[in-house]
Design a protein around this ligand. Structure first.
Ligand code: GLN
Length: 194
């Protein structure tokens, strides 16, 4: 079977780390910077970064229309995974904000919910869907998922709240699996490709 092509949104943020992780798993990747790049991909990752910056870049001449096309692909069932900033862009609701977003996943997020972290912190997360061993969760100015719709499955929680959730073809993690030496969340996402 031909290996799957995973698009990684490369407008801003830590897309390179995702690409390296995917290559280590023998998946092919494609940089997504303009609407036409979204053709012929089997899944899409939206990396960590700064959600307000991406919403601005998306309005530039080169990137314009990317959000609209991703919304279309999302309703067609394309597997889409947002990490940290990506989870904010996927969310239908962002507490106290009207910033630009994809708004495709029935979750509410609270940005910078761990306070103004100057450094990242690491906390083990229990994620039964990927195995018994806790996953090393890296949080960098991370949001929390503060509410989920009825079709959303909560996959990981901490004392502070929900940190990983799935709604059909959409996956959100508020932490950064691309920066740790554990590929289980990337493998889980690849398993969502039909
Ligand atoms: N705080 C960032 C935002 O609100 C997200 C941080 C991250 O992706 N590491 O967009």
């Amino acid at each position: 079977m031909a290996s799957k092509i995973i698009g990684v949104l490369g407008l801003q943020g830590d897309f390179r780390e995702h690409i390296e992780k995917l290559h280590a798993l023998d998946a092919q990747t494609k940089d997504i910077r303009r609407v036409s790049d979204l053709e012929n991909i089997d899944a899409l990752i939206i990396p960590g970064g700064e959600s307000t910056a991406v919403a601005i870049v998306e309005k530039s001449d080169t990137a314009h229309g990317i959000f609209e096309k991703i919304r279309e692909l999302s309703s067609d069932g394309l597997p889409i995974w947002g990490t940290c900033m990506g989870s904010i862009l996927l969310a239908k609701n962002i507490e106290g904000s009207t910033q630009g977003r994809l708004g495709v996943m029935d979750i509410t997020v609270r940005r910078n919910a761990f306070g103004p972290q100057r450094f990242s912190s690491e906390m083990p997360i229990s994620i039964p869907a990927i195995g018994e061993e806790p996953f090393p969760g890296v949080f960098i100015r991370a949001p929390l998922i503060t509410n989920v719709g009825e079709n959303v499955e909560v996959l990981g929680t901490l004392e502070q709240g929900i940190v990983m959730a799935r709604e059909k073809n959409l996956l959100a993690t508020v932490f950064h699996p691309e920066v740790v030496d554990d590929a289980r969340v990337h493998k889980y996402f690849l398993s969502m490709i039909g």
